[in-house]
Structures are given as structure tokens and as C-alpha cells.
Ligand binder design. Structure first.
Ligand code: G6P
Length: 457
């Protein structure tokens, strides 16, 4: 398969040290899903290079996997990335209307950068390539590519929730956004719910028609599908066997010196429900004092979009609540929450997953959530309990096996931890088995097959 992946985020941070190119893989759902595919099958990845002028325009990862960077000016970065993408579309699609900021400069920057991406694609495109445009940062690219005369199938995958019409209608550029997306021939979402929202929006805003699987607009048929992204199961299973990963896990578990360990891995984003999660943990220690000193929770909060006030705000709040819990429940020799505001590589994450008796994946809203799947795949012994928010897209696939909670319900969160800790071995095994079967079956290759191999009629 000849594939061009287009996304805002780069699969690798590229650095030139003494004339040699160093590649360091970046973190994020999209990259962890698609990077192994291109590494294996080859293709081109078009993305923003982040470091501006110093980033080489093209980097060869393997003999047939090329990265093509789209250099952005500082005005582009402010208006497109920190602006329209993450200060307007991200909060709007996650239905945080009070965190959504509208600004025409944002929109102009977004349109300009989307044109830069489309131009970069057309420079490397040749017939026979499938083009896969990813996510809300690049909604206008599919239409621009169609206009540039690309005849092969254009795919667009929307990795975050798609909001219902009564939310999208706040957006002044709702028409342009939808028209941009409809330049694609196949549009994918993680859940049927998002598909329905999208269909409702195109009907209300553009007057388009639709049936179960397609939208009819401007004389074209555009397929729409719900296909949740999977993970590279092989890669994660192998990681959990690597001696250095196993050793780190064993040492860490010993050092923590508690009976039970919980894990959470999130970008530090207001959608991830960290405040709510910590309140639930606090309530758990309040309600079940006999577990104090016996359970420690590790929370990784990866920095992201740090220039935006909304992210500074959530960081302050998270720091504060962790401090409150430490201050209230912690004792010399026991830490209730280990909280790390930094990025960890997959090998370290695999170690964390391996030592965790339970995972708390409790976003207040999330397009899908791959951490839930990574945790499950790392539990080869079929133990461990997944506590999962009902508002994560992944809950559709994982409800049979996970403990499903409403993260706004502090009492239910506290209770879910208690249930996880008290759960009988047999029940744990049955649940984890069901989860593993699902995640293993619906992995990244399943996703590619079901999403990309679908050529419009
Ligand atoms: C989400 C989005 C991705 C994005 C990632 C990281 O998963 O769907 O498109 O790349 O977050 O966000 P960042 O702004 O840090 O690249």
C-alpha cells in the first residue's frame, strides 16, 4: 500500500547533532497508531516540523519511509496551532464552550496553514498513493487536495469527538469546516455517535442528505464510517518482554513498597478529567482509611499546548489538588499519588502498565483513548483491572470487561477503586480476557483494513 499520512504532529522529533540526524519518537495516540505502519510498509508522512527553520525539510527514516516537514512561521504557530486548532476547535469539539475562544485571526492563520499542508502533499504526491489526512488541525486539507486534482481516494480521520449541531453552530466558520472535510472520499470517526453528529451537522449547515453509510453532497457520495483506531499489539507485547522493561518494572514495584499500585497516563489536558480523578482518589482514601499506606497511584501528565492559558489553568488546578491529597493523606514513608509532569517513552510506559493492579482512565470526554488499550495489552497474565470513563470513545469497545464510571461522580470513582482492589482473581481474569480479545482483534491492522481499504463506490 502506498500511503501519504498527513498530520499536524510529527512522528519524530528531529535533531541534528554534529551533522548526524537523531530521531526521537513523539507521544500521542495518532503517532503510536500510524508510525509502526509506515515503518513497516513505507510511505510519506507530511507534518509540522516544530523547530522551524532548523528542521530539515525531508528526513529519511528507512529506505522507503520519508518524513516531509511543513515549516511554520511563529505567526502560523500562534494562529493555527495555539489558535484555531487548540483554542477554538479542540474545546468546541469537546463541548467546553466556556473554554472556546473565537478570533478571526485564528481562522485566517488556520486557513493559511492548511493551504501550506495541501501544497506540501501535492509536491510529493504521485498517482497510486492513498492520502490519509488526520484530525481537526487539518479539516480544510481534503477539499484543497481535491481542488488540486488528486484523483486517488482521499481519506480523512477525525480523532476527537465530533460535536452535535447545537454545539458546532457556535462556530462562525462551520460551513467552511464541513466543506473542507467533505473534500475527502471517506471520512472516519471512532464511534457511531460522532458519525451521527457529523451527519446532523452537514444536514443542518449544508443541506446535505445522508443515509447510514454516506453523505450526498454537491453531486458526490462521501462515505462515513465508525472505525475506532487500534494499537500495534505486537509492539506492546514485545515491549513487555524486553529485559530492561521487565527489570525496571520489578525494581520500581519493589521500591514503591505498597500492596497495590494504580496507573494513569494522560496528556495534561482539561478533557482528561485529572481533577475529577484526583477527587475520586481522595474520596477513596477518606472512605476506606484501611487502604491508606497500602495503595499508591502513579499519574503521568504529559505537557502539551503549554502556551495556552486554559492549559496553564488546568496545570495549576492539578498541581493544587495533588498537593492537597498529599498533604491530607500522605505520611512519611507513603505517597498516595506520584505525579509526574513529563513525557515518558513507550518502554517506560510499558513498565508502569505492568506493575499496575488497576488503571484509572477517566477522561471527562475523549475521542477514543489509546492508553486504555495499551494497559490491556500490557497485562499478558490476564490480571489487572481497567476503570474506564463512559465518556471515552473506547468505552464502546471495552464496556464488556472494564469497570465503567462517570468521572463526574466522585463517589462512583472512589467505589470503582475499591471494587477493583477487592475483585476476586477469577473475575479479574474473565474481564481482562474479554478486554484483551477485543483489543487484540481490533488492532491497528484491523483499523487500516476496515478504514483504508474501503474505496468509494
Ligand atoms: C490528540 C489529537 C492529536 C494530537 C494529540 C497531541 O490525540 O487528536 O491530533 O496530535 O492529541 O496533541 P498535541 O497538540 O500535543 O500535538
Amino acid at each position: 500500500m502506498k500511503l501519504i499520512v498527513v498530520s499536524n504532529r510529527e512522528p519524530y522529533r528531529v535533531e541534528t547533532v554534529r551533522g548526524r540526524t537523531k530521531l526521537e519518537k513523539t507521544v500521542g495516540g495518532l503517532v503510536s497508531a500510524l508510525e509502526p505502519v509506515l515503518r513497516k510498509e513505507g510511505g510519506v508522512w507530511v507534518c509540522w516540523g516544530r523547530k522551524g527553520q532548523k528542521t530539515p525539510l525531508e528526513v529519511k527514516v528507512t529506505s522507503n519511509f520519508l518524513i516531509k516537514h511543513v515549516p511554520l512561521t511563529s505567526a502560523d504557530v500562534s494562529e493555527y496551532y495555539y489558535g484555531f486548532a487548540n483554542d477554538t476547535l479542540w474545546p468546541l469539539c469537546h463541548m467546553f464552550i466556556n473554554r472556546t475562544h473565537f478570533n478571526n485571526r485564528y481562522w485566517l492563520g488556520y486557513s493559511r496553514v492548511n493551504r501550506k499542508f495541501a501544497k506540501a502533499v501535492s509536491e510529493i504526491y504521485s498517482p497510486g498513493y492513498k492520502v490519509l489526512v488526520n484530525d481537526y488541525q487539518l479539516a480544510l486539507v481534503p477539499k484543497l487536495l481535491k481542488e488540486q486534482g488528486i484523483k486517488d481516494t482521499i481519506y480523512m480521520f477525525w480523532h476527537i469527538p465530533f460535536p452535535p449541531y447545537f454545539i458546532l453552530r457556535f462556530l462562525p466558520q462551520r460551513r467552511e469546516l464541513l466543506e473542507g472535510m467533505l473534500g475527502a472520499d471517506v471520512i472516519g470517526f471512532h464511534t457511531q455517535h460522532y458519525v451521527q453528529n457529523f451527519q446532523e451537522c452537514v444536514r443542518e449547515v449544508l443541506g446535505a442528505f445522508y443515509d447510514d453509510n454516506a453523505i450526498y453532497w454537491n453531486g458526490r457520495k462521501i462515505k462515513v464510517k465508525a472505525v475506532p483506531v487500534g494499537i500495534d499489539v505486537n509492539k506492546w507485547e514485545k515491549l513487555t518482554e524486553e529485559p530492561k522493561v521487565v527489570k525496571y518494572a520489578q525494581n520500581l514495584r519493589r521500591k514503591l513498597g505498597v500492596e497495590y499500585v494504580g496507573i494513569g497516563v494522560d496528556r495534561l489536558d482539561y478533557t482528561k478529567g485529572l481533577e475529577e480523578k484526583f477527587k475520586g482518589i481522595g474520596r477513596f482514601f477518606e472512605k476506606y482509611p484501611s487502604f491508606r499506606g497500602k495503595v499508591s497511584f502513579i499519574q503521568i501528565a504529559a505537557p502539551t499546548r503549554t502556551r495556552l492559558e486554559e492549559y496553564m489553568d488546568i496545570k495549576r488546578k492539578t498541581d493544587e489538588i495533588v498537593g492537597m491529597i498529599e498533604g491530607r493523606f500522605g505520611e512519611p514513608g507513603w505517597v498516595p499519588i506520584y505525579y509526574y509532569y513529563k513525557n515518558y517513552g513507550d518502554d517506560r510506559l510499558a513498565s508502569f502498565y505492568m506493575i499496575a493492579d488497576f488503571a484509572l482512565v477517566t477522561p471527562v470526554i475523549d475521542g477514543l483513548n489509546l492508553v486504555s488499550k495499551e494497559y490491556v495489552v500490557s497485562r499478558k497474565r490476564e490480571d489487572g483491572v481497567l476503570i474506564l470513563s463512559e465518556f471515552a470513545g473506547a468505552s464502546v469497545q471495552l464496556r464488556n470487561g472494564a469497570i465503567i464510571v462517570n468521572p463526574f461522580d466522585e463517589e462512583a470513582l472512589a467505589e470503582s477503586i475499591y471494587i477493583a482492589l477487592k475483585m476476586k482473581k477469577r473475575e479479574k481474569r474473565e474481564r481482562m480476557k474479554a478486554l484483551r480479545e477485543k483489543v487484540i482483534k481490533e488492532d491497528i491492522h484491523w483499523w487500516l483494513k476496515n478504514f483504508l481499504e474501503d474505496v468509494p463506490a
